[in-house]
Ligand binder design. Structure first.
Ligand code: AMP
Ligand code: MG
Length: 337
């Protein structure tokens, strides 16, 4: 299959929408990461998504909508708080887990009776959904286990020859996947996966926000997981990633003592000169780190890195999402210095 690279022109989005209607897959830019889009209501189209990514069948897909009216077509028993959250954060990086209607096929929901729904804040994504007239299931567009794509080149590297088209919508502004929440009761939500909408943001709309323990800690064997995606190793480049937690000077000492062939460091902006190995930087504040993290992890593979020592981000604000992705990339290995 030849994978066509499309622009965000209205004519090209029209082509992409036809592909979706015909059960084909399209790489779709969003503000979070690039998604691998398919007609959410078509089980054979959704089966192609699982096959192209090599995604475990029990890991459900998020369904993307372009209009709030689509919400009631897809979900049941929607709590009042969901409408308030949608009003405040949509379009944007917030996915809400709701009871699904029968029109959502089991393959899309990974066999669960719930469905994750969000409205993306990217014109091309919303035009694609509007022009196809369909809710679009879209997991991150990477091969399962690798860092998510935040540029069309990343999508092409993982999916070229496997899908019909990729829409080049530029670099993703947020850079990490959406915040996924479920409802405990009408005024309490639980963050299952941290993202661009923070705990503090959610507290502006609901009374209580629980941060699921699986976000920062490895699950012990047999422990039930509320979000199936949490149990898989994830976001990892080919290089071995280790997170180093501690002061800058101690980080540098540790890395310099472990200097060797294929050893690299990922530091904050302006810190490159403190280490004697080659280093990349990934911003300074939490938003910038989220924006750059996946792109940097992919760059290390292009450089042929074998070991990457990462300066631990602050697990606050959007930094919680960055930390969550990095500890999974590191297989939960955090070195204290
Ligand atoms: P991705 O598609 O790569 O952004 O991953 C989607 C994430 O949302 C995964 O961690 C899924 O497990 C989670 N998710 C999607 N739908 C549901 C659902 N119905 N219940 C719980 N988690 C979900
Ligand atoms: Mg993913």
């Amino acid at each position: 299959m030849v994978t066509e690279l499309l622009s965000t022109s209205s004519a090209d989005i029209e082509i992409a929408a036809e592909l979706i209607k015909n059960g084909e897959l399209v790489g779709m830019p969003t503000e979070t990461v690039y998604g691998l889009a398919a007609d959410a209501l078509n089980p054979s189209a959704v089966a192609k998504v699982f096959a192209a990514k090599g995604r475990p069948a029990d890991n459900p897909l998020i369904v993307h909508i372009a209009d709030i009216s689509m919400l009631t077509e897809l979900a049941l028993d929607i709590p009042e708080a969901a409408y308030r959250l949608a009003e405040r954060f949509w379009p944007g990086p917030l996915t809400m887990i709701l009871k699904k209607k029968d029109c959502i096929p089991d393959i899309t929901s990974g066999g669960l009776d719930t469905v994750g729904i969000r409205m993306p804040d990217h014109m091309a994504a919303r035009m694609l959904i509007e022009k196809s007239g369909l809710p679009v299931a879209a997991p991150s567009g990477n091969i399962s286990g690798y860092p998510s794509p935040t540029k069309s080149e990343h999508m092409m590297r993982d999916m070229n020859g496997k899908i019909a088209a990729v829409i080049d919508g530029g670099e993703c502004s947020v850079g990490v996947e959406s915040t996924v929440i479920s409802f405990e009761n009408d005024n309490t939500v639980r963050i299952l996966r941290p993202g661009g909408v923070t705990r503090e943001d959610l507290l502006e709309v609901v009374d209580d926000v629980i941060v699921d323990p699986a976000i920062l800690h490895e699950l012990s064997e047999g422990q039930t997981v509320r979000s199936p995606g949490m149990k898989y190793k994830h976001y990892s480049p080919l290089a071995k990633v280790s997170i180093i937690e501690g002061e800058y000077e101690d980080f540098c000492d540790y890395v310099n003592q472990h200097k060797g062939n294929g050893v690299y460091a990922l530091v904050f902006d302006g810190e490159e000169s403190g280490v004697t190995v080659s280093a990349l930087s990934y911003g300074y504040d939490d938003r910038e780190q989220a924006h750059q993290i996946f792109s940097r992890l992919r760059e290390f593979d292009l450089l042929g890195a074998k070991n990457v020592y990462v300066r631990a981000p602050k697990a606050e604000g959007v930094g919680l999402a960055v930390y969550n992705r990095l500890i999974r990339a590191a297989g939960f290995e955090v070195i204290q210095v």
